[in-house]
Design a protein around this ligand. Structure first.
Ligand SMILES: Cc1cc2nc3c(=O)[nH]c(=O)nc-3n(C[C@H](O)[C@H](O)[C@H](O)COP(=O)(O)O)c2cc1C
Length: 187
């Protein structure tokens, strides 16, 4: 995690885009994979956290098959980090605390969005946003019951550093109980 934090901080200094964007791969019970971008909201010794609707396709995948893979690519740093492991739901109190930090319109958007459900047009989203805004009035917007944090608990982390002539460095850490085994891979 120290190495990950160091790479993330380095990327923050050089990347023009959001360095917390990561590809999240999930699979359903039939093994059909799907992948999409999400934002890393917390990384510590417990794992890598993102937030989403539990009723979305990725949420349903994770309910049926609670494992995921993450991939960061920082192009200017010429670095990639891959993470794999089981996924657990973030505690309600932690998710509530994070939700409370979000801009009010994002909070309302979480209520208004039936994420990945078909809609007839943009007006349907806009109407749902207005309705949710009216329901909360001037009061606080609470976290929707289907909006959760997910923590990918790393079992394997690979750090890839581009080198000239494709002589790249690949350093892998594999969790073995309470410790980590480190190894190098051919590029
Ligand atoms: C850079 C980027 C960051 C995103 N971050 C999130 C996120 O943190 N949570 C989320 O639910 N969707 C996020 N999205 C949208 C997802 O990629 C995806 O479209 C949506 O969650 C529906 O995915 P699903 O149908 O596979 O469940 C992001 C998209 C992009 C391009």
């Amino acid at each position: 995690m120290e190495l990950f934090s160091a790479w993330l901080e380095r990327a923050r200094g050089v990347e023009p885009d959001d360095v917390t964007a990561m590809a999240l791969a999930t699979a359903d019970l039939k093994g059909r994979p799907s992948v999409r971008m999400v934002l890393l909201k917390r990384a510590d010794e417990r794992g890598f956290v993102f937030y989403t609707h539990s009723t979305s396709p990725k949420g349903l995948d994770l309910a049926a098959n609670p494992r995921a893979a993450l991939c960061f690519h920082w192009a200017k740093s010429e670095q990639q980090v891959r993470i794999e492991g089981p996924v657990v739901t973030v505690a309600d109190a932690e998710a509530d605390d994070y939700f409370a930090t979000r801009p009010r319109l994002s909070q309302i958007g979480a209520w208004a969005s039936g994420q990945s459900q078909p809609m007839r047009g943009r007006f349907e989203l806009e109407r749902a946003v207005v309705q949710a805004g009216l329901e909360f009035g001037a009061g606080p917007v609470l976290r929707p019951p289907n909006w959760h944090g997910y923590r990918v608990v790393p079992e394997r982390i690979e750090f890839w550093q581009q080198r000239p002539f494709r002589h790249h460095d690949r350093r892998v850490f594999v969790r073995e109980g309470a410790t980590w085994r480190a190894e190098w891979l051919f590029p």
